[in-house]
Design a protein around this ligand. Sequence first.
Ligand code: FES
Length: 193
Amino acid sequence: MADPTASKPAAAAPAASATPAAKKQQPASKPGEVVNKSRRGLIWACIWGYLGINFLMFLRFFFPRALYEPNTVFNIGYPADFAMGIDQRYLMTNRVWVIREPDRLFVIYARCTHLGCTPEWKSAENKFKCPCHGSGYDSEGINFEGPAPRPMDRAFISLDPTGKIIVDSSRLFIDDARAGVNHFNDPGAFLSV
Ligand code: FES
């Protein structure tokens, strides 16, 4: 019969009693958990990145890539507002020059008839000069040097009921000797003043 006073075998030491050196050797978490955590982080980063890009693309719809061109029909004031000669007030905004002569007023569309550059008015030389390939036009826009094949076109011009000049640069009058056409004296190509 067993002796009840006999001492029991010593119980396993509690974890709390582990030595500091042993504690150090225990990993903070299992290696598989670390890999899962970083993988989860990567997946979330991809999801948020994808959603962010889609949101930016959605916002882009509110800012369409529209090209704002000036109106082709515009009012340039009264004939008396123009002194004799070349008026460049509407060159930057509407790409036209207004030409006032003793008996008439007309509007030249500022586009070189060679390849479409915008010529410059050289007042000292009394001519329009194209900076691209050197075409020259006289003060009425008639070509006389360089590769331009014909004079610069003229825009439709009319008076509204109040006497103001309305220009329509979408309606152009051409003079092309090669084709045997000259519309510079047609109604709408000039105003008698
Ligand atoms: S485009 Fe004007 S000369 Fe060529």
